[in-house]
Ligand binder design. Sequence first.
Ligand code: GMT
Length: 374
Amino acid sequence: MRIGIVCYPTFGGSGVLATELGKALAQKDHQVHFITYREPVRLNVYVPNIFYHEVHVPTYPLFEYPPYETALASAMVDVIKNNHLDLLHVHYAIPHASAAYMAKKILEKENIKIPVITTLHGTDITLVGRDKTYAPVVTFSINESDAITAVSEDLKEETYRSFKIEKEIEVIYNFIDVSRFNKKPIDAFKKAIAPNGEKILLHVSNFRKLKRVSDVVRIFNEVHKVIPSILLFVGDGPDRPTAEELCRELGLCDEIKFVGRQEQMEEILAIGDLFLLPSEYESFGLAALEAMAAGVPVISTNVGGLKEINVPGETGYMADVGDIETLSRYSIDILKDEETLKKFKKKAAAHAKIFDINNIVPLYEKLYGRFLQQ
Ligand code: GMT
C-alpha cells in the first residue's frame, strides 16, 4: 500500500505516534510518505520505504499569517498525485483534516479518488477544536473524512459530546514498541543522576498548562520529605519557568533536574522508579504508556484515557486533578519498600504489552484495507 501520513513533526504524542506508525508500516513493506513542515523528530534514522516531503510556506509582506493550510493542501495534492498514493492518514484534526478535504476535492476534479482517515488525538477535540473559532471547520472536516479513529474510548465519547458527528468513530488505541523499552539501566547514568541511590521520579511533557507541572513539583516535595529521591523533568514548554520558580521557592533546586527535550527516552525511562502525570486531561497519555513499558509505575490523575491504561493498585494509582495529598500518598506507597516497588514495576511492564505495536498496527492495516477493496 502507498500511504500518506500528515502530522505535527514535534515532540508531541500525536506526532510521535504517527511517526512510529509510519516506521512500522514501512517495515511491513508499505510505502509511506510523510507530509510535514519539518522532519518528524522520531524519523531520525534512515528507513527504506519512507519518503519525507517538506511543506514550504512561502512568506510575503502581506501575510501576517502565512497560509500554512493552503500550502499543506497543495503539498498533499502533489504528493498523492505524483506518488500514486492509495490513502491519506492525517493525525490531529486541526488543520490536517480540513486540508485533506481540500486536497481530496481538488483531486476529484482529476478523477483521482483518495480516501482520507482522520485520527483524533486530544486537544484537537477537547481544547482547540471546541473553541468556537475552529468548531465549524473541525465538525465539517471530521464528518467528511472517510474514516475517523480516536485514541481512546474517552476521546471518542468526548468527540460525540462536543461535535455533531454523523459517522462512526472507531477506537484504535495508541501503541508502543515494547521491545524498545525493555532496556537495562545504564549504571553510570543512574549514578550521575542519583549518586546516593535515591529513587528517581520522572515527568515527561511539553510543559503546557494542562500538564500541571507545578503539581509535579508539589507531589515530589511531599515524597522527598519521606523518601530520598530525585525528580527529573524531561521536555520543555511554556510552564517550565513556573516549575523552576517553584523549585527555587521550595528549596529543591538540587533535587529537581530539568534536562530539556531528549530523544533517547528509552535510556532515561530505564533508570526511573516512578512516573508522575497529574494532567488536567489526557486523551490517552502516551508518555505514561512508554514509562509503563519501561517498567516504571505511573501516578496519574483519573482523567480521560488515563483510566483506560493505568490500573490502580497494579500499574500505579490515580486520583482527582489537583489532589496533591492523595497523589503524594500513593507515590510514597509505591516507593516505600523494594518489594512493593518491584511488584508495581513488573505489573506496569506486563500491562503495557497489551498496547504493543504488534497488536495495534494490524488494526490500522485492516482499516486501510477496507478502502482498497472499494
Ligand atoms: O493534544 C495534545 O496535547 C497534543 C497531542 C500531542 O501531539 O502530543 O497529545 C494528545 O495526543 C497524544 C497521542 O495520542 C496523547 O497521548 C495525549 O494524551 C494527548 N494530549 C491530550 O489529550 C492533552
